[in-house]
Write a protein that binds this ligand. Structure first.
Ligand code: SF4
Length: 727
């Protein structure tokens, strides 16, 4: 799965008055144009309503050279235009939007003033040819002047966007030379976050019309305007030429994003396949530079990208690697932290500024964890946030020893089949790529015949367990759930039925006492309960990622009732998204104390978050947790459970079989099931497959130097697979 990004922005063309006369431009005017403060405020309110995260401030160059603009600015108390832009940016920041400005060629002082109120700035290099006809009358289009600005921004440590225009009279060699010039500046300062490869499209003359209005209307109506003829100085650009530029950008600046404007051609998809990484700022109010070309909707682009293995994800105007105090002014960084903290790369731990983490507690916490003692919240938070390699190795060793003591060396697995009877769901969790509204074209519901076929297939495969979970179907009642159990038992009485998450139990129970519900389910064939729907057992996190889901107290009630009914359960955690170390610590406290009360939990299953096709991943910039972080968390889960839960399972669907094999050194003793079908992670964008053969799991255990054994759901050993004797 590869990510392709875009920024949800709103364009403010604060002034279109410009000192230049570029022939391709339909944006600039030489009359006085300047939005008043009231107009700016109204536009910003509109931007906020439309959910913009970025304010893109586009302007003509040095509009104050126009005496009328200068007079208006001075009447507003601004000595120059930059001062007014800074004022507008401050108003945007107050509303929680991050400004990105592009004012044309600027001196160091102006760039520095804007740095105080912007998250990033930009300037297209356009071309390295100083003689282009199209730039006649525009002295600041000289490549040296532009490179000076780009270089000055680098020296000031301004996260910066640049790019080239393609098809304005330059030669193919000059295009590559322009990319080389950008690469050279980037090598000096490391500040280029992305390079835009923008093909020129001719515009009709807009005469006295307002591009902002044309763009907004075109965007709302989604219709492209009239296509203008190619002027004599312009040239058509082929897809192959653009492909070459994508490759050259990546070769010259491998760490810099490559942006393709998706509204200026139909080739954005092949260019993504060639390596482009970004589709730019999709302005809610259209493209003010090419107003007759509305942006395609994120929904449409996502639909085209998904089947090709790409996940369209939001980014901010400032790229993640620049989100720190070295690159951003404190006031701007504060907005990022307050509003968009999930976009800040974790760099090895959870969000750190909220609750201070006591790393000094780590060495003793490792010792106490190894001894099986209950760790306090601060100790657990410190372990989850730990980044020092030697401390992490200490955690690994302690978790591995505890695993050996509690579960021995044998690596277990179960031959099972998942059946997700329906994905219709009314809950709408932000982390879920599986649940669908009833009217969604992707909604499904198996009939009885299909269900029986799947159960029979599981039997033929040698499965001993059916794991059954579905979305929260609005029409299903307790009788329906019990009906699926009866049908499975009728088809294959020998199978263990591991079914229904606490959320499903809560849904089917309605007003009925839980003990009664479990008695009915048990009678219908239920063998044990999955401890899913736990996500993070902290109501604050649940409020943010799944506000409609059952609260922590109810989850605990359901699992306790299951145990009371003699139905054991598993327990899970979904981590690696927006949760913080102290919230995971609370999760572990809840699970451990429940287990100490009932003893009914068979295993603990850490499930790392798969972000790709989920709302949480798309709109919160959340990356998939790294393998190293995943393994570290695994070790902490083992230490947090102490001797309360014997079995720690690795989910190969989430982390891949290779990392799951490695996790056997980090406290894990169980590799879960063969699954046969897996929809929940797959639809969230997991790329680790949906089915394994028992021999794959046996091979993984043996590769880790450990014997394997097939188990039943409740950890009864069914067949041993010892290590092959060395030849
Ligand atoms: S996680 Fe479960 S409850 Fe939440 S939306 Fe997905 S299917 Fe529905």
């Amino acid at each position: 799965m590869r990510r392709v990004t875009f920024s949800r922005n709103f364009t403010l063309s604060l002034s279109r008055t410009c000192r230049c006369y570029c022939k391709y431009c339909a944006f600039a005017t030489h009359r006085a144009h300047l939005y008043s403060p009231d107009e700016v405020r109204a536009l910003l309110d509109d931007a906020e309503r439309r959910g913009a995260k970025e304010l893109l401030v586009l302007t003509g160059e040095a509009p104050e050279v126009n005496p009328e603009v200068a007079r208006r600015l001075s009447g507003l108390g601004h000595p120059d235009f930059t001062s007014y832009v800074a004022w507008a940016c401050e108003r945007a920041l107050e509303r929680g939007m991050l400004p990105h400005t592009n004012l044309g060629v600027l001196g160091r002082e102006d760039l520095a003033r804007l740095r105080e109120v912007t998250a990033s700035q930009g300037l297209m290099l356009e071309s390295v040819n100083p003689e282009l006809v199209v730039h006649q009358g525009s002295p600041t289009k000289h490549p040296e002047r532009r490179l000076e600005t780009i270089r000055a921004a680098g020296a000031l440590r301004v996260p910066f966007t640049s790019g080239i225009l393609v098809g304005i009279g330059e030669s193919p060699e000059e295009r590559v030379a322009a990319l080389e010039a950008l690469a050279e500046v980037h090598a000096e300062h490391g500040h280029l976050q992305e390079v835009i490869l923008q093909n020129f499209v001719p515009h009709p003359r807009l005469y006295g019309a307002e591009p902002a209005e044309i763009a907004d209307t075109a965007q709302r109506e989604g219709e492209r305007g009239e296509v203008a003829p190619m002027p004599a100085w312009g040239s058509d650009v082929s897809l192959d030429e653009m492909r070459l530029l994508v490759r050259e950008s990546k070769r010259l600046m491998p760490d810099v994003g490559v942006q393709i404007p998706p509204n200026l051609s139909d080739w954005w998809l092949p260019l993504v396949e060639e390596g482009a990484t970004d589709l730019g700022g999709l302005s809610a109010n259209g493209d003010h530079i090419s107003p007759e070309h509305p942006f395609p909707s994120p929904h449409r682009m996502r639909k085209e990208l998904k089947p090709r293995g790409y996940a369209l994800t939001e980014r901010l105007c400032v790229y993640p690697q620049y989100m720190d105090s070295g690159w951003l002014e404190q006031g701007v960084l504060d907005v990022v932290k307050a509003r968009y903290w999930s976009f800040i790369p974790r760099r090895g731990s959870g969000r750190r500024e909220a609750t201070p983490v006591r790393l000094d507690l780590v060495p003793r916490a490792i010792e106490r964890g190894r001894a099986g003692e209950a760790l306090g919240a601060e100790e657990l938070a410190a372990l989850f946030a730990e980044t020092r390699p030697e401390a992490i190795e200490g955690m690994r060793q302690a978790a591995d020893e505890l695993r050996a003591e509690l579960a021995g060396d044998t690596v277990t697995f179960v031959v099972n089949r998942n059946i997700n009877v329906s994905n219709v769901c009314v809950v709408g969790c932000a982390f879920c790529g599986f649940g669908q509204g009833r009217r969604s074209p992707e909604a499904y519901e198996h009939g009885r015949e299909e269900f029986v076929r799947r159960v029979e297939e599981a039997v033929a495969f040698g499965a001993t367990e059916i794991c059954m979970q579905s979305g929260i179907h609005p029409d299903w009642e307790l009788d329906d759930y019990a009906g699926w159990l009866r049908l499975a038992k009728h088809t294959a009485p020998q199978l263990h039925l591991h079914a229904f998450s606490p959320m499903e139990i809560d849904h089917m129970a309605r007003e009925r006492p839980l003990d009664e519900v479990f008695a009915i389910l048990r009678e219908a064939g239920l063998g044990s309960t999955p401890g899913t729907a736990a996500e993070v057992l902290h109501d604050g996190v649940r409020e943010r990622i799944s506000p409609n889901k059952l609260p922590v107290g109810r989850w605990v009630e359901v699992i306790e009732a299951s145990h009371r009914a003699g139905l054991r359960s598993t327990s899970t955690v979904m981590f690696g998204h927006i949760e913080e170390p102290h919230e995971l610590a609370e999760h572990m406290r809840v699970v451990r104390s429940l287990q100490e009360r009932t003893g009914g939990i068979t295993e603990f299953v850490p499930l790392s978050f798969i972000p790709f096709h989920t709302m949480l991943g798309r709109t919160h910039g959340i990356e998939e947790i790294s393998r190293e972080e995943n393994l570290k968390h695994t070790a902490v889960f083992r230490l947090a459970l102490g001797r309360s839960v014997t079995n720690l399972q690795a989910s190969w669907v989430k982390m891949g079989l290779d990392a799951a094999t490695e996790s056997l050194r980090w406290g894990v003793n169980d590799l879960g099931g063969t699954l046969m079908e897996e929809n929940i992670s797959r639809l969230a964008g997991s790329y680790h497959g949906v089915r394994l053969e028992p021999t794959d799991l046996i091979g993984a255990a043996h590769a880790a130097g450990r014997p394997a054994a097939e188990r039943g759901t409740l950890y009864d050993i069914r067949a041993r697979h010892d290590l092959p004797v060395a030849a």
